[in-house]
Design a protein around this ligand. Structure first.
Ligand code: ADP
Length: 246
């Protein structure tokens, strides 16, 4: 079966800085792909290329015949501006349907039903009239996930979805994402710093580090030197953060 997205030899250069260098990997239907790597390794650049927000210098990203990159449900990294967004939960969720309309500036009955279904799926119906900005971080991520689901049946692209959330709320969000992947067969691309949760449910891993680009099934990745390297890195970061907060 053809993959949802087939990335072949993607190269991205900014001036003389080569950020992605002939990167090739597929996004299989129903896959769970974790993209990991240090800051500056090109993760955001790759996301922007997949969403067509950044052109590739060379190479290609080919969608399957029955899939369009407009159909990617995107959950962006949380920023201060998004957290303060002045809209109700229902409005934020419904806005995920807008990408399907070429011309219509309003919601159809089908859009409203879809938003309703996804609010129900994420357990946020009781929050529908609440202002998005008054919600906790975990609630906001559920709302943004419901919004992303309005945009897709096939592929969720999640950028650091648990950043800033406490461990319990992070675990809840990971298990919702796992369910959407397992039960609803929605493919997931997750960009993450989190070695534990970010890899727990992954089927494939794409590891980026400068010129190193390693794509492998999760079992193969776990026994590779890259996993060890990242564990050491994560450990060093924790020690450093602990020292800073002392
Ligand atoms: P990550 O998301 O892994 O932290 P990024 O994709 O944000 O990495 O950045 C990778 C490299 O690309 C960095 O060196 C960054 O400075 C550079 N970069 C990203 N976007 C641009 C841009 N629009 N113009 C110039 N350089 C950029």
């Amino acid at each position: 079966m053809t993959p949802l997205l087939d990335c072949k030899d993607i190269t991205v250069r900014f001036g003389t800085n080569t950020v992605l260098d002939r990167l090739s990997f597929p996004v299989e239907r129903g896959d769970y792909l974790s993209v990991i790597g240090k800051n500056g390794s090109g993760k955001s650049t790759l996301i922007r290329c997949l969403l067509r927000l950044c052109p590739v210098t060379s190479g290609s990203i080919t969608p399957a015949d029955d899939f369009s990159r407009r159909d990617i449900g995107y959950l962006p990294q949380q920023s201060g501006i998004q957290k303060d967004f002045p809209a109700t939960v229902e409005e934020v969720v419904r806005s995920g349907c807008l990408g399907h309309h070429k011309i219509l500036p309003f919601y159809t009955r089908a859009d409203k039903l879809e938003a309703e279904k996804n609010m129900h799926r994420l357990g946020i119906c009781q929050l529908r009239r609440r202002s998005f900005r008054t919600l906790s971080g975990g609630q906001q991520q559920r709302v943004l996930l419901a919004r992303a689901l309005c945009a897709t049946k096939q592929l969720l692209l999640l950028d650091e979805p648990v950043t800033g959330l406490d461990p319990e709320v992070s675990a809840e969000l990971y298990s919702i994402i796992h369910e959407l992947n397992e039960q609803d067969h929605i493919a997931v691309i997750m960009v993450s710093h989190d070695m534990e949760g970010g890899l727990r449910d992954a089927r494939h891993v794409l590891y980026l580090d400068g010129t190193v680009q390693y794509y492998a099934p999760i079992e193969e990745f776990r026994s590779s030197g890259y996993a060890q390297h990242l564990h050491t890195d994560a450990h060093l970061r924790e020690v450093y953060d602990d020292r800073k907060s002392e």
